[in-house]
Design a protein around this ligand. Sequence first.
Ligand SMILES: C[S@@+](CC[C@H](N)C(=O)[O-])C[C@H]1O[C@@H](n2cnc3c(N)ncnc32)[C@H](O)[C@@H]1O
Length: 346
Amino acid sequence: MDARARIAQEIAAAGGWIPFSRYMQLALHEPGVGYYAGGAQKFGRGGDFVTAPELGSLFGRTLARELAAFDRVLELGAGSGALAEVLTRALDREYLVLETSAELRERQAKRLGSRIRHLERLPAGFRGAIIANEVVDAIPVEAVHWTAGGIGQRGVDAGLRWADRPAEGELLQEAERIPLPRPYVSEIGLEARAWMRTLSQSLEAGAIFVIDYGFPRREYYHPQRAEGTLMCHYRHQAHADPFARPGEEDITAHVDFSALAGAARAAGAEVLGYATQAQFLVNCGITEVLAETNAENALRYAPIAAQAQKLLSPAEMGELFKVLAVGRGLTAPLPGFSRGERSHSL
Ligand SMILES: C[S@@+](CC[C@H](N)C(=O)[O-])C[C@H]1O[C@@H](n2cnc3c(N)ncnc32)[C@H](O)[C@@H]1O
């Protein structure tokens, strides 16, 4: 059975409709058939998209300077293992990985062997740094339709088409709190908030770094973003139709960083910093990492300068990607947030 058949089966069993969040869960993460659970290459030039660690070692070597203050690292959703590869080289620390996809767990183990240790579940009372790069954008979201007549929960019918039902419960409550022009469609990441709450609760001392594309709430639900933030990635093409190739392509939503910060605070953690990726990497000392490569050797310097351009440029990942750190029990401030514009507040 493939993802399409699995989804059709579930829609039929549910009487002809499932919420979009359930569709996204099946299309991305369902064991055996979901995009992340299956064997597609996904990452890098031959895959569907390129993440910061897939560009080369510059991102990881820079991040290592921030993580050096912690005794152990737990990476969530390690993908191809590219970031773990760089960080385990740069830092002599215990390196744990929690990965939901069995196929990717296997790939990571093959690439990294005993340099990492896979966990089956979140440890209670974790002390150290937790990192999640481009993980939250893949956590299923609720799709919501604000209309003059009321608020609808967007779902999927048997023909794999959008179909609304009246929103209820927590989703309705959350949707009502957001002042928006109507009609308007967007996403609410209820599951991501629960994920952040659980993660924050499991942290006894240390910090959680969430790195992803997204906005604070006032920009996320901007009157001009009336089509929402869903985006699919297939062979380096981005498009907005989540029903085009279930199981064969990535489906993502931008991250509402204010909601994640709120969830962490509700779990008793504090917000340690929030910055654009460019500002964070500059604060961590990306220019010093660059300087480790001799600029007179163009052959070696050009590729690393190209990585810097991609990571920092406002037209690429520099502005759209943000870094949020939350945590507890730290005695010193995190260097990654030492300088920065206050306008990037949550
Ligand atoms: C877009 S990939 C990013 C991979 C890697 N972090 C990188 O930057 O290249 C998303 C990763 O998160 C994993 N994942 C998705 N949801 C997860 C969750 N709730 N907990 C842990 N891993 C998750 C996926 O299987 C995949 O490895």
